[in-house]
Design a protein. Sequence first.
Length: 209
Amino acid sequence: GSDLKDQVVMIGAHLDTWHASPNASDNTSGVAVMLEAMRILKATGATPRRTIRVALWGGEEQGLHGSREYVLKHFGDPATPAGVTADYEKLQAYFNQDYGPGQYRGIYLQGNERARRMMTVWTEPFRDLGMFAVSILGVGSTDHISFDRVGLPGFQFLQDRVGSTGGHTNLDFVETLPPDDLMRNAVIMASFAWHAAMSDARVPRKGAK
């Protein structure tokens, strides 16, 4: 970061795996996208205003333990007696991938209608790649929920469903991953992280649940 380096944009995926599975789609694909997005930003010589941080979580498959404990330690929870930390207001947004390797087709607002205009503008350059949906809906059971639960802007991308990947089974092999889709996702992830890092405005919050 530069002039706003104390503020943070986060991108992430979970690193832990499911027993007896090669775990290519769930969630090696997400980890690969995050690392490639960061490589793209570094390779372009990007100098963002806010710090961009990548997190590869443990314990997602067992109950979001890694991301939940990170959020509680670093940002706190306004619904608890301890409240929030000094860094709570410094998080701009968190973007997650964990619904297989399919191409991004949009983003879930997670009920945060106030963020629609901003996310729509950031989505627009990728309409020719088939990414156009900005959905008020939310999805659960993955690490953006740890942020959303305490009122922080946490988002998951809406993705194509890819057949034959066999998540959580012994058929989840790397050969089932569509590499072109993963590359497109990395470009989109890098772009969203960049826009969030450079924006004059803060990503709107909807409040804690």
